[in-house]
Write a protein that binds this ligand. Structure first.
Ligand code: ADP
Ligand code: ADP
Length: 227
């Protein structure tokens, strides 16, 4: 479980990105943070893996305050997917994914086998593995980004607008795929979007944020009040 307790963030220039806010992401579920640009979504997400420290309050993962965790070790348990997949342009798809198991000390053969399994898991054909990122569509690149985030089999996934850069039809396919994967893998997912329809489709719980980092609603999709 990811827990934000009375978390507040004010940047050094005085901007309050997050007003005191509490919410939690139950283990094995998807919680969506939704709201307009600048309402503090990314700030909240980055507190989970200690890329940003809260000004006050605590963020904990599985009951441990993240400040008590070694950042590198913490991040090994947290997959991170961003809007532009952030793939290494000069490495093939397989090598992009295999980097993670290689760094974890697996043999080259085992790392490539793992990359092959992951391609299959995210619904990409094996022969795409030999291509370079620029030779893939945007939707395919995002799938590779998801595969790479899953390569270390992290219990927690942070997804920051992962499908926002692809066209609506492809986006629907990626959303369906995420729901299928979630059924299979049961990750603890914090998902950020500015699209309320996406939030309602994917979230078991949805946190609606307003400008200035105010938590306006926090409920199951069926219980959200029309805005
Ligand atoms: P969102 O992800 O919802 O678009 P962010 O968390 O990126 O929102 O930003 C929330 C607010 O904090 C915005 O007003 C943004 O301009 C501000 N902000 C983000 N990062 C910084 C920073 N490093 N320094 C100052 N202000 C920042
Ligand atoms: P480098 O070797 O240059 O640190 P990495 O691939 O480790 O490259 O990381 C690239 C960027 O992604 C860095 O800015 C790092 O902070 C960030 N990053 C790496 N792993 C994670 C993670 N699990 N969660 C969030 N951010 C991460």
């Amino acid at each position: 479980m990811i827990e934000f307790q009375a978390v507040r963030k004010q940047y050094p220039n005085g901007t309050v990105a997050v007003e005191e806010l509490s919410l939690s992401v139950e283990t094995g579920t998807i919680t969506v943070l939704v709201g307009p640009s600048g309402c503090g979504k990314t700030t909240l997400m980055r507190m989970v893996n200690r890329m940003i420290e809260p000004s006050s309050g605590t963020v904990s993962v599985d009951g441990t305050d993240v400040r008590d965790r070694d950042p590198a070790q913490l991040r090994r348990g947290i997959g991170y997917v961003i809007q532009q997949a952030g793939l290494f342009p000069h490495r093939t798809v397989v090598d992009n994914i295999a980097t993670v198991p290689l760094l974890a000390g697996e043999t080259r053969r085992a790392a490539r086998d793992r990359a092959g399994e992951l391609l299959d898991l995210v619904g990409l054909p094996a022969d795409l593995g030999k291509r370079y990122p620029a030779q893939l569509s945007g939707g395919q690149q995002q799938r590779v980004g998801v595969a790479r985030a899953l390569a270390a089999d992290p219990p927690v996934l942070l997804m920051d607008e992962p499908f926002s850069a692809v066209d609506p039809v492809v986006r629907e396919g990626l959303q369906d795929e995420l729901l299928r994967l979630q059924d299979e893998l049961g990750k603890t997912v914090l998902f950020v979007t500015h699209d309320i329809d996406e939030a309602i489709k994917l979230g078991e719980k949805v946190a609606v944020l307003r400008q200035g980092g105010h938590l306006a609603q926090y409920a199951r999709p069926d219980d959200l009040l029309a805005a």
